[in-house]
Design a protein around this ligand. Sequence first.
Ligand SMILES: Cc1cc2nc3c(=O)[nH]c(=O)nc-3n(C[C@H](O)[C@H](O)[C@H](O)COP(=O)(O)OP(=O)(O)OC[C@H]3O[C@@H](n4cnc5c(N)ncnc54)[C@H](O)[C@@H]3O)c2cc1C
Length: 421
Amino acid sequence: MLNQQQDNTKFRAVQKKNAFYHYPIPYRPLRQPSKRRFSVDFDLSKHQEMIRKEVRRFAETEIAPVAADLDETETFSSELTRKMGDIGLFGMFVPENYGGQELDYLSYIIAVEEIARVDGSQAATIAAGNSLGIGPIYYFGSEAQKKKYLPKLCTGKGLWGFGLTEPTAGSDAGGSKTTAVRDGNQWVINGSKIFITNAACELSLGVTVQAVTGRKPDGRNEYTCFLLEHGTPGFKAMPMHKKMMWRASNTAALYFDEVRIPKENILGRQGEGFHQMLQTLDGGRLSIGAMGLGGAQGAFETALKYAKKRVQFGKPISKFQAISFKLADAGVELECARNLLYKACWLKDHKRAFQKEAAMAKLYCSELMGRVADSAVQIHGGYGLMKEYNVERFYRDQKLLDIGEGTSEVQRLVISRYIGC
Ligand SMILES: Cc1cc2nc3c(=O)[nH]c(=O)nc-3n(C[C@H](O)[C@H](O)[C@H](O)COP(=O)(O)OP(=O)(O)OC[C@H]3O[C@@H](n4cnc5c(N)ncnc54)[C@H](O)[C@@H]3O)c2cc1C
Protein backbone atom coordinates (compact mmCIF):
# COMPACT_ATOMS: atom_id res chain seq x y z
CA MET A 1 0.00 0.00 0.00
CA LEU A 2 1.54 3.37 -1.03
CA ASN A 3 1.23 6.37 1.26
CA GLN A 4 -0.02 9.69 -0.23
CA GLN A 5 3.48 11.07 -0.95
CA GLN A 6 4.77 7.91 -2.65
CA ASP A 7 1.53 7.78 -4.53
CA ASN A 8 2.03 11.33 -5.88
CA THR A 9 5.65 10.61 -6.81
CA LYS A 10 4.57 7.54 -8.74
CA PHE A 11 1.92 9.50 -10.63
CA ARG A 12 4.36 12.29 -11.50
CA ALA A 13 6.93 9.78 -12.73
CA VAL A 14 4.34 8.24 -15.01
CA GLN A 15 3.30 11.66 -16.22
CA LYS A 16 6.89 12.73 -16.97
CA LYS A 17 7.62 9.58 -18.93
CA ASN A 18 4.69 10.03 -21.24
CA ALA A 19 3.46 13.60 -21.43
CA PHE A 20 0.49 12.57 -23.54
CA TYR A 21 -0.70 10.00 -21.07
CA HIS A 22 -3.09 11.85 -18.72
CA TYR A 23 -2.72 9.91 -15.53
CA PRO A 24 -4.45 12.12 -12.95
CA ILE A 25 -2.49 13.61 -10.06
CA PRO A 26 -4.88 13.23 -7.14
CA TYR A 27 -6.16 16.47 -5.58
CA ARG A 28 -5.13 17.12 -2.02
CA PRO A 29 -7.95 16.96 0.52
CA LEU A 30 -9.37 20.43 1.14
CA ARG A 31 -10.09 19.77 4.78
CA GLN A 32 -7.39 21.25 7.04
CA PRO A 33 -5.61 18.74 9.23
CA SER A 34 -5.40 21.14 12.20
CA LYS A 35 -8.33 22.30 14.30
CA ARG A 36 -7.73 25.96 13.29
CA ARG A 37 -10.02 25.92 10.29
CA PHE A 38 -10.67 29.68 9.94
CA SER A 39 -7.39 31.56 9.74
CA VAL A 40 -8.78 34.72 8.05
CA ASP A 41 -10.10 37.15 10.63
CA PHE A 42 -11.78 40.41 9.59
CA ASP A 43 -12.43 41.61 13.14
CA LEU A 44 -10.36 44.43 14.57
CA SER A 45 -9.03 43.81 18.05
CA LYS A 46 -10.85 45.41 20.99
CA HIS A 47 -7.95 47.83 21.34
CA GLN A 48 -8.11 48.85 17.68
CA GLU A 49 -11.86 49.43 18.02
CA MET A 50 -11.23 51.54 21.10
CA ILE A 51 -8.63 53.61 19.19
CA ARG A 52 -11.15 54.25 16.41
CA LYS A 53 -13.81 55.32 18.90
CA GLU A 54 -11.55 57.60 20.92
CA VAL A 55 -9.88 59.25 17.91
CA ARG A 56 -13.31 59.78 16.31
CA ARG A 57 -14.56 61.42 19.51
CA PHE A 58 -11.47 63.64 19.61
CA ALA A 59 -11.80 64.60 15.92
CA GLU A 60 -15.48 65.45 16.26
CA THR A 61 -15.05 67.37 19.50
CA GLU A 62 -11.73 69.18 19.03
CA ILE A 63 -11.11 69.39 15.27
CA ALA A 64 -14.53 69.63 13.61
CA PRO A 65 -15.53 72.93 15.26
CA VAL A 66 -12.35 74.75 14.14
CA ALA A 67 -11.40 72.99 10.88
CA ALA A 68 -13.23 75.29 8.46
CA ASP A 69 -11.90 78.42 10.11
CA LEU A 70 -8.29 77.17 10.17
CA ASP A 71 -8.67 76.22 6.50
CA GLU A 72 -10.13 79.61 5.59
CA THR A 73 -7.41 81.56 7.40
CA GLU A 74 -4.60 79.18 6.37
CA THR A 75 -3.61 78.72 10.00
CA PHE A 76 -1.45 75.91 11.29
CA SER A 77 -2.59 75.33 14.87
CA SER A 78 0.22 74.44 17.29
CA GLU A 79 -2.41 74.12 20.01
CA LEU A 80 -4.33 71.45 18.12
CA THR A 81 -1.09 69.64 17.27
CA ARG A 82 -0.13 69.57 20.95
CA LYS A 83 -3.60 68.26 21.81
CA MET A 84 -3.18 65.50 19.21
CA GLY A 85 0.14 64.74 20.88
CA ASP A 86 -1.51 64.63 24.30
CA ILE A 87 -3.90 61.87 23.25
CA GLY A 88 -0.98 59.88 21.80
CA LEU A 89 -1.30 60.43 18.06
CA PHE A 90 2.46 60.83 17.54
CA GLY A 91 4.80 57.87 17.77
CA MET A 92 2.00 55.31 17.75
CA PHE A 93 4.22 52.58 16.25
CA VAL A 94 7.33 53.57 18.24
CA PRO A 95 8.32 51.53 21.33
CA GLU A 96 7.59 52.95 24.74
CA ASN A 97 11.26 53.31 25.66
CA TYR A 98 11.56 56.04 22.99
CA GLY A 99 8.36 57.73 24.15
CA GLY A 100 5.96 56.05 21.71
CA GLN A 101 2.74 54.08 22.17
CA GLU A 102 4.17 50.77 20.91
CA LEU A 103 1.11 49.93 18.84
CA ASP A 104 0.75 48.09 15.56
CA TYR A 105 0.80 49.99 12.25
CA LEU A 106 -2.87 49.25 11.63
CA SER A 107 -3.83 51.10 14.83
CA TYR A 108 -1.92 54.14 13.58
CA ILE A 109 -3.62 53.91 10.18
CA ILE A 110 -7.06 53.73 11.82
CA ALA A 111 -6.19 56.89 13.76
CA VAL A 112 -5.16 58.75 10.57
CA GLU A 113 -8.35 57.52 8.87
CA GLU A 114 -10.50 58.90 11.69
CA ILE A 115 -8.79 62.31 11.69
CA ALA A 116 -9.10 62.49 7.87
CA ARG A 117 -12.81 61.68 8.12
CA VAL A 118 -13.13 65.11 9.72
CA ASP A 119 -10.21 67.16 8.37
CA GLY A 120 -7.43 66.58 5.81
CA SER A 121 -5.06 69.24 7.18
CA GLN A 122 -4.83 67.76 10.68
CA ALA A 123 -4.54 64.27 9.21
CA ALA A 124 -1.62 65.56 7.11
CA THR A 125 0.14 66.88 10.22
CA ILE A 126 -0.26 63.48 11.90
CA ALA A 127 0.61 61.36 8.85
CA ALA A 128 3.68 63.40 7.91
CA GLY A 129 4.70 63.72 11.58
CA ASN A 130 4.65 59.96 12.07
CA SER A 131 5.48 58.27 8.76
CA LEU A 132 7.86 60.86 7.35
CA GLY A 133 9.16 62.68 10.43
CA ILE A 134 9.47 60.02 13.13
CA GLY A 135 9.74 57.05 10.72
CA PRO A 136 13.27 57.56 9.30
CA ILE A 137 14.78 58.33 12.72
CA TYR A 138 13.11 55.31 14.29
CA TYR A 139 13.93 52.88 11.46
CA PHE A 140 17.44 54.07 10.51
CA GLY A 141 18.72 56.26 13.35
CA SER A 142 21.49 55.34 15.80
CA GLU A 143 20.57 54.65 19.41
CA ALA A 144 21.86 58.10 20.36
CA GLN A 145 19.76 59.79 17.66
CA LYS A 146 16.62 57.89 18.69
CA LYS A 147 17.12 58.83 22.35
CA LYS A 148 17.79 62.45 21.46
CA TYR A 149 14.90 63.12 19.06
CA LEU A 150 12.11 60.54 19.40
CA PRO A 151 10.84 61.35 22.92
CA LYS A 152 10.21 64.98 21.87
CA LEU A 153 8.64 64.04 18.55
CA CYS A 154 6.39 61.43 20.17
CA THR A 155 4.73 64.04 22.39
CA GLY A 156 3.63 66.25 19.48
CA LYS A 157 5.50 69.16 21.05
CA GLY A 158 8.05 68.93 18.25
CA LEU A 159 7.76 68.07 14.54
CA TRP A 160 10.33 66.76 12.07
CA GLY A 161 10.27 67.16 8.27
CA PHE A 162 11.14 64.78 5.45
CA GLY A 163 13.31 66.62 2.93
CA LEU A 164 13.26 64.72 -0.32
CA THR A 165 11.52 66.83 -2.99
CA GLU A 166 13.50 69.60 -4.71
CA PRO A 167 12.41 72.23 -7.21
CA THR A 168 13.88 70.17 -10.07
CA ALA A 169 13.45 66.68 -8.56
CA GLY A 170 9.93 65.51 -7.66
CA SER A 171 8.84 62.13 -9.02
CA ASP A 172 12.44 61.69 -10.13
CA ALA A 173 13.78 61.74 -6.58
CA GLY A 174 17.08 60.39 -7.88
CA GLY A 175 17.63 63.74 -9.58
CA SER A 176 18.29 65.66 -6.33
CA LYS A 177 20.91 68.36 -6.56
CA THR A 178 21.42 69.20 -2.88
CA THR A 179 24.96 68.22 -1.91
CA ALA A 180 26.79 67.31 1.29
CA VAL A 181 30.59 67.40 1.36
CA ARG A 182 32.70 66.00 4.19
CA ASP A 183 35.02 68.52 5.84
CA GLY A 184 36.89 67.01 8.79
CA ASN A 185 34.35 66.16 11.48
CA GLN A 186 31.55 67.97 9.71
CA TRP A 187 29.35 67.75 6.63
CA VAL A 188 28.65 70.91 4.63
CA ILE A 189 25.22 71.02 2.97
CA ASN A 190 24.21 73.25 0.04
CA GLY A 191 20.97 73.26 -1.93
CA SER A 192 17.23 73.50 -1.36
CA LYS A 193 14.02 71.50 -0.85
CA ILE A 194 10.43 72.34 -1.62
CA PHE A 195 6.94 71.37 -0.33
CA ILE A 196 8.23 69.94 2.96
CA THR A 197 5.41 69.24 5.45
CA ASN A 198 5.79 70.29 9.13
CA ALA A 199 9.13 71.98 8.45
CA ALA A 200 8.50 75.70 9.05
CA CYS A 201 6.17 76.15 12.02
CA GLU A 202 6.89 77.01 15.63
CA LEU A 203 6.99 73.28 16.51
CA SER A 204 9.50 72.34 13.77
CA LEU A 205 12.66 70.94 15.31
CA GLY A 206 14.46 69.79 12.17
CA VAL A 207 14.36 67.85 8.95
CA THR A 208 15.86 64.72 7.39
CA VAL A 209 17.69 65.85 4.26
CA GLN A 210 18.69 63.66 1.34
CA ALA A 211 21.87 64.95 -0.31
CA VAL A 212 24.32 63.83 -2.99
CA THR A 213 27.53 62.70 -1.30
CA GLY A 214 29.43 61.29 -4.25
CA ARG A 215 29.22 59.00 -7.26
CA LYS A 216 28.75 55.25 -7.31
CA PRO A 217 30.97 52.99 -9.45
CA ASP A 218 28.13 52.78 -12.04
CA GLY A 219 28.23 56.58 -12.45
CA ARG A 220 24.97 57.27 -10.62
CA ASN A 221 24.74 59.66 -7.68
CA GLU A 222 25.32 58.36 -4.18
CA TYR A 223 22.77 59.72 -1.69
CA THR A 224 23.02 60.04 2.06
CA CYS A 225 20.51 61.33 4.60
CA PHE A 226 21.30 63.79 7.38
CA LEU A 227 19.45 65.04 10.44
CA LEU A 228 19.46 68.81 10.27
CA GLU A 229 18.25 70.82 13.26
CA HIS A 230 16.46 74.13 13.03
CA GLY A 231 18.65 77.00 14.17
CA THR A 232 21.75 75.64 12.42
CA PRO A 233 23.48 78.62 10.73
CA GLY A 234 22.81 78.76 6.98
CA PHE A 235 19.52 76.77 7.22
CA LYS A 236 16.39 78.75 6.35
CA ALA A 237 12.81 77.41 6.34
CA MET A 238 10.07 79.49 4.72
CA PRO A 239 6.36 78.62 5.04
CA MET A 240 4.55 78.24 1.70
CA HIS A 241 1.10 79.82 1.50
CA LYS A 242 -1.88 80.01 -0.86
CA LYS A 243 -2.37 76.26 -1.15
CA MET A 244 -5.59 74.94 -2.62
CA MET A 245 -5.72 72.05 -0.13
CA TRP A 246 -4.44 71.12 3.36
CA ARG A 247 -4.52 74.83 4.04
CA ALA A 248 -4.18 74.37 7.81
CA SER A 249 -1.10 72.17 7.49
CA ASN A 250 2.43 73.54 7.39
CA THR A 251 4.38 73.35 4.10
CA ALA A 252 7.87 74.74 3.66
CA ALA A 253 10.61 75.65 1.23
CA LEU A 254 14.05 74.96 2.70
CA TYR A 255 17.36 76.59 1.82
CA PHE A 256 20.82 75.33 2.77
CA ASP A 257 23.72 77.71 2.39
CA GLU A 258 27.03 76.25 3.63
CA VAL A 259 25.18 74.52 6.48
CA ARG A 260 27.68 72.73 8.72
CA ILE A 261 26.52 69.76 10.79
CA PRO A 262 28.53 67.33 12.92
CA LYS A 263 29.41 64.00 11.29
CA GLU A 264 27.27 62.25 13.95
CA ASN A 265 24.17 63.68 12.25
CA ILE A 266 24.43 61.25 9.36
CA LEU A 267 21.41 58.89 9.27
CA GLY A 268 22.58 55.29 9.01
CA ARG A 269 25.59 54.95 6.74
CA GLN A 270 26.94 56.96 3.82
CA GLY A 271 25.29 55.89 0.56
CA GLU A 272 22.11 54.50 2.16
CA GLY A 273 20.05 57.66 1.76
CA PHE A 274 18.01 56.86 -1.34
CA HIS A 275 17.07 53.43 -0.07
CA GLN A 276 16.03 54.92 3.29
CA MET A 277 13.83 57.49 1.56
CA LEU A 278 12.11 54.88 -0.62
CA GLN A 279 11.51 52.60 2.35
CA THR A 280 10.04 55.52 4.29
CA LEU A 281 7.69 56.25 1.40
CA ASP A 282 6.40 52.65 1.44
CA GLY A 283 5.09 53.19 4.98
CA GLY A 284 4.02 56.74 4.14
CA ARG A 285 1.83 55.45 1.31
CA LEU A 286 -0.27 53.57 3.83
CA SER A 287 -0.96 56.80 5.68
CA ILE A 288 -1.87 58.62 2.45
CA GLY A 289 -4.18 55.65 1.77
CA ALA A 290 -5.71 56.20 5.22
CA MET A 291 -6.26 59.86 4.41
CA GLY A 292 -8.03 58.87 1.19
CA LEU A 293 -10.17 56.29 2.94
CA GLY A 294 -11.03 58.57 5.86
CA GLY A 295 -11.74 61.54 3.59
CA ALA A 296 -13.95 59.39 1.36
CA GLN A 297 -15.81 58.13 4.43
CA GLY A 298 -16.34 61.70 5.66
CA ALA A 299 -17.59 62.91 2.28
CA PHE A 300 -19.86 59.86 1.97
CA GLU A 301 -21.46 60.38 5.39
CA THR A 302 -21.95 64.10 4.72
CA ALA A 303 -23.63 63.35 1.38
CA LEU A 304 -25.84 60.59 2.79
CA LYS A 305 -27.06 62.83 5.61
CA TYR A 306 -27.81 65.66 3.18
CA ALA A 307 -29.55 63.38 0.66
CA LYS A 308 -31.93 62.13 3.35
CA LYS A 309 -32.85 65.67 4.39
CA ARG A 310 -33.01 67.51 1.07
CA VAL A 311 -36.51 67.34 -0.42
CA GLN A 312 -37.21 67.92 -4.13
CA PHE A 313 -40.31 66.90 -6.10
CA GLY A 314 -41.96 66.03 -2.81
CA LYS A 315 -39.47 63.46 -1.52
CA PRO A 316 -35.94 63.23 -0.10
CA ILE A 317 -33.43 63.15 -2.96
CA SER A 318 -31.99 59.90 -1.48
CA LYS A 319 -35.13 58.24 -2.88
CA PHE A 320 -34.11 59.10 -6.46
CA GLN A 321 -32.18 56.23 -7.94
CA ALA A 322 -29.64 58.56 -9.56
CA ILE A 323 -28.65 59.72 -6.06
CA SER A 324 -28.95 56.44 -4.16
CA PHE A 325 -26.83 54.62 -6.77
CA LYS A 326 -24.02 57.15 -6.31
CA LEU A 327 -24.13 56.41 -2.58
CA ALA A 328 -24.39 52.67 -3.14
CA ASP A 329 -21.32 52.74 -5.38
CA ALA A 330 -19.43 54.73 -2.76
CA GLY A 331 -20.46 52.20 -0.10
CA VAL A 332 -19.06 49.33 -2.18
CA GLU A 333 -15.82 51.12 -2.91
CA LEU A 334 -15.29 52.11 0.71
CA GLU A 335 -15.54 48.47 1.67
CA CYS A 336 -12.99 47.48 -1.02
CA ALA A 337 -10.63 50.30 -0.03
CA ARG A 338 -10.73 49.45 3.67
CA ASN A 339 -10.01 45.79 2.99
CA LEU A 340 -7.11 46.61 0.67
CA LEU A 341 -5.55 49.16 3.02
CA TYR A 342 -5.94 47.06 6.16
CA LYS A 343 -4.49 44.03 4.41
CA ALA A 344 -1.41 46.05 3.43
CA CYS A 345 -1.05 47.12 7.08
CA TRP A 346 -1.51 43.55 8.22
CA LEU A 347 1.33 42.47 5.93
CA LYS A 348 3.58 45.21 7.34
CA ASP A 349 2.65 44.30 10.91
CA HIS A 350 3.52 40.67 10.16
CA LYS A 351 6.89 41.77 8.74
CA ARG A 352 5.91 40.51 5.30
CA ALA A 353 6.48 42.28 1.97
CA PHE A 354 3.81 44.98 1.70
CA GLN A 355 5.22 47.37 -0.94
CA LYS A 356 2.94 46.28 -3.79
CA GLU A 357 -0.17 46.40 -1.61
CA ALA A 358 0.90 49.78 -0.15
CA ALA A 359 1.16 51.26 -3.66
CA MET A 360 -2.21 49.72 -4.58
CA ALA A 361 -3.87 51.02 -1.41
CA LYS A 362 -2.39 54.50 -1.85
CA LEU A 363 -3.58 54.68 -5.45
CA TYR A 364 -7.02 53.20 -4.86
CA CYS A 365 -7.89 55.09 -1.67
CA SER A 366 -6.65 58.43 -3.06
CA GLU A 367 -8.62 58.12 -6.28
CA LEU A 368 -11.65 56.75 -4.43
CA MET A 369 -11.79 59.90 -2.33
CA GLY A 370 -11.78 61.88 -5.58
CA ARG A 371 -14.79 59.96 -6.88
CA VAL A 372 -16.70 60.11 -3.59
CA ALA A 373 -15.97 63.80 -2.94
CA ASP A 374 -17.10 64.58 -6.49
CA SER A 375 -20.38 62.69 -5.93
CA ALA A 376 -20.82 64.34 -2.54
CA VAL A 377 -20.56 67.83 -4.07
CA GLN A 378 -22.94 66.79 -6.85
CA ILE A 379 -25.47 65.47 -4.33
CA HIS A 380 -25.33 68.82 -2.51
CA GLY A 381 -26.13 70.68 -5.74
CA GLY A 382 -25.31 74.40 -5.56
CA TYR A 383 -24.87 74.22 -1.77
CA GLY A 384 -21.99 71.83 -2.29
CA LEU A 385 -20.01 74.68 -3.81
CA MET A 386 -20.44 76.84 -0.72
CA LYS A 387 -17.79 76.64 2.01
CA GLU A 388 -20.48 76.61 4.68
CA TYR A 389 -21.39 73.02 3.74
CA ASN A 390 -17.85 71.69 4.33
CA VAL A 391 -18.14 69.17 1.53
CA GLU A 392 -16.04 71.28 -0.85
CA ARG A 393 -13.10 70.98 1.59
CA PHE A 394 -13.05 67.20 1.01
CA TYR A 395 -13.09 67.92 -2.72
CA ARG A 396 -10.10 70.28 -2.49
CA ASP A 397 -8.10 68.30 0.09
CA GLN A 398 -8.33 65.16 -2.02
CA LYS A 399 -6.23 66.48 -4.88
CA LEU A 400 -2.98 66.33 -2.95
CA LEU A 401 -3.48 62.60 -2.40
CA ASP A 402 -3.10 62.01 -6.16
CA ILE A 403 0.24 63.86 -6.03
CA GLY A 404 2.06 63.53 -2.67
CA GLU A 405 4.38 60.63 -1.78
CA GLY A 406 4.44 59.43 -5.37
CA THR A 407 1.81 60.58 -7.86
CA SER A 408 -0.90 58.26 -9.12
CA GLU A 409 1.15 57.80 -12.29
CA VAL A 410 4.18 56.78 -10.22
CA GLN A 411 2.04 54.32 -8.21
CA ARG A 412 0.89 52.76 -11.48
CA LEU A 413 4.54 52.46 -12.55
CA VAL A 414 5.41 50.75 -9.25
CA ILE A 415 2.41 48.39 -9.47
CA SER A 416 3.17 47.59 -13.13
CA ARG A 417 6.63 46.44 -12.10
CA TYR A 418 5.28 44.29 -9.27
CA ILE A 419 2.74 42.56 -11.47
CA GLY A 420 5.47 41.75 -13.98
CA CYS A 421 4.94 44.23 -16.85
C1 LIG B 1 1.25 70.04 0.23
C2 LIG B 1 2.39 69.20 -0.17
C3 LIG B 1 3.12 68.54 0.80
C4 LIG B 1 4.25 67.78 0.46
N1 LIG B 1 5.03 67.22 1.44
C5 LIG B 1 6.25 66.71 1.12
C6 LIG B 1 7.18 66.32 2.13
O1 LIG B 1 6.89 66.40 3.33
N2 LIG B 1 8.40 65.88 1.75
C7 LIG B 1 8.77 65.77 0.45
O2 LIG B 1 9.90 65.38 0.19
N3 LIG B 1 7.90 66.11 -0.54
C8 LIG B 1 6.67 66.59 -0.24
N4 LIG B 1 5.79 66.97 -1.22
C9 LIG B 1 6.20 66.84 -2.62
C10 LIG B 1 5.46 65.76 -3.38
O3 LIG B 1 5.85 64.50 -2.92
C11 LIG B 1 5.75 65.99 -4.88
O4 LIG B 1 4.99 67.13 -5.25
C12 LIG B 1 5.42 64.79 -5.72
O5 LIG B 1 6.33 63.76 -5.47
C13 LIG B 1 5.42 65.11 -7.22
O6 LIG B 1 6.57 65.80 -7.60
P1 LIG B 1 6.44 67.15 -8.45
O7 LIG B 1 5.47 68.01 -7.79
O8 LIG B 1 7.81 67.68 -8.70
O9 LIG B 1 5.79 66.68 -9.84
P2 LIG B 1 6.57 66.06 -11.10
O10 LIG B 1 7.44 64.95 -10.68
O11 LIG B 1 7.19 67.15 -11.89
O12 LIG B 1 5.36 65.45 -11.93
C14 LIG B 1 4.53 66.23 -12.79
C15 LIG B 1 3.59 65.28 -13.53
O13 LIG B 1 4.35 64.37 -14.34
C16 LIG B 1 4.04 63.03 -14.03
N5 LIG B 1 5.23 62.18 -14.16
C17 LIG B 1 6.48 62.41 -13.69
N6 LIG B 1 7.27 61.39 -13.99
C18 LIG B 1 6.53 60.48 -14.66
C19 LIG B 1 6.78 59.20 -15.24
N7 LIG B 1 7.98 58.61 -15.17
N8 LIG B 1 5.76 58.56 -15.85
C20 LIG B 1 4.52 59.12 -15.92
N9 LIG B 1 4.23 60.33 -15.39
C21 LIG B 1 5.21 60.99 -14.78
C22 LIG B 1 3.57 63.08 -12.56
O14 LIG B 1 2.79 61.94 -12.26
C23 LIG B 1 2.80 64.39 -12.56
O15 LIG B 1 1.51 64.16 -13.07
C24 LIG B 1 4.62 67.67 -0.90
C25 LIG B 1 3.84 68.29 -1.88
C26 LIG B 1 2.77 69.07 -1.54
C27 LIG B 1 2.02 69.79 -2.62
